[in-house]
Write a protein that binds this ligand. Sequence first.
Ligand SMILES: Nc1ncnc2c1ncn2[C@@H]1O[C@H](COP(=O)(O)OP(=O)(O)OP(=O)(O)O)[C@@H](O)[C@H]1O
Ligand SMILES: [Mg+2]
Length: 419
Amino acid sequence: MALCNYSSPSISLFGTQILPPTVVKFTPFTIFCSSKPPKPAEDDDIKQKKKLSKQSSWEAKDSEGKDYLYRLGKEADNVNIAVGARSGVIDDLFAGNFLGRDSDIVFDYRQKVTRSFEYLQGDYYIAPVFMDKVVCHITKNYLAHLLNTKVPLILGIWGGKGQGKSFQTELIFQAMGIEPVIMSAGELESERAGEPGKLIRERYRTASQVVQNQGKMSCLMINDIDAGLGRFGNTQMTVNNQIVVGTLMNLADNPTRVSVGQDWRESDITNRVPIIVTGNDFSTIYAPLIRDGRMEKFYWQPNREDIVNIVHRMYEKDGISKDEVISIVDTFPNQALDFYGAVRSRTYDRSISKWVDDIGGIQSLGNKLLKRRKSDKLPVFTPPKQTLEALLESGYSLLKEQQMIMETKLSKEYMKNID
Ligand SMILES: Nc1ncnc2c1ncn2[C@@H]1O[C@H](COP(=O)(O)OP(=O)(O)OP(=O)(O)O)[C@@H](O)[C@H]1O
Ligand SMILES: [Mg+2]
């Protein structure tokens, strides 16, 4: 049975509905003579009238006579932040009476849901096979109108956890100067039916606007799609799941005509924008979505050479040689890329303990870290010297933690009486 989650029809998104011009008025008389106790909301209103100046935009009324704060509170799940700039909501002084009724007509264009990658500093190695696949997919899609062949809109990268699917894709975006719109599996579910599907279409159109308005290449990326859409065993499919799958299939079939509820115009053609999705197991996804015409699939599993090259670039700054990297990779085979990053970070642990001792132990940690004056300097933190031995040691300790989880299975211990 499908799990339905419908939205209440009485809640409307503010600003998208035209309100009837009924003005609700009340006088002090009705409040004091009423047999019912006065409503707190009305009380507040009177206080506000005394407190706020006439010019304050908080008091500006909409066509129903409700002020802005009231509406804001009433529609707490209203996520339309453009509301503040609308006429009837703020003073006409700001909304103006020319250039249309809304003062902020470029709002949609200024809003940034795109990502730039300033945090990716330094040198990284991208596996060539991976690079080829992603670059080829993006290029093919931008040339789709010139090519005499069918080009799938979606590229699905799948494979084991922590193997660098998301990370390397972002590195490639940065290298190619692409400004992508990124979504994650968490956004594929909502208490309001239809919301996630609409969000995907909106993000797709945003990516298309990046191409059109900024002259930059763009791309829609959905991370861990199988976590939001995949079905394991008897998991229920929600209305949202169905709509999201339907929306993606729809985009794959009609990449240039995308509705977000606007009136159609002949010229309303969306630019084709490639979609990249990542996940761990695509066999859990609805089969027609991943069929070949719609989705190009790429199984990513770095081989030993890829891993050595990536880890070498990671450890290079620490003065670890390639041979040492090889011996680390051989000591811990079958580990995800993630592991080798964690190994390096684990070697910091001892230096951090030493630093805590240096500043006077754990009791004074809070004071030293958060309450110190600007002039007080923290003791210098000296990062540990990376050596092969230290890296191997922290590798073993990570391995031990992994094995503990596999062997101990506390959940079974706690649930003994259940089976
Ligand atoms: N080319 C690389 N250079 C340096 N570090 C890398 C590289 N690729 C991956 N890593 C490291 O591995 C970590 C895990 O990578 P990433 O998050 O991309 O994995 P994933 O395949 O998307 O995993 P999941 O399926 O769990 O989402 C990254 O945070 C990064 O530290
Ligand atoms: Mg990922």
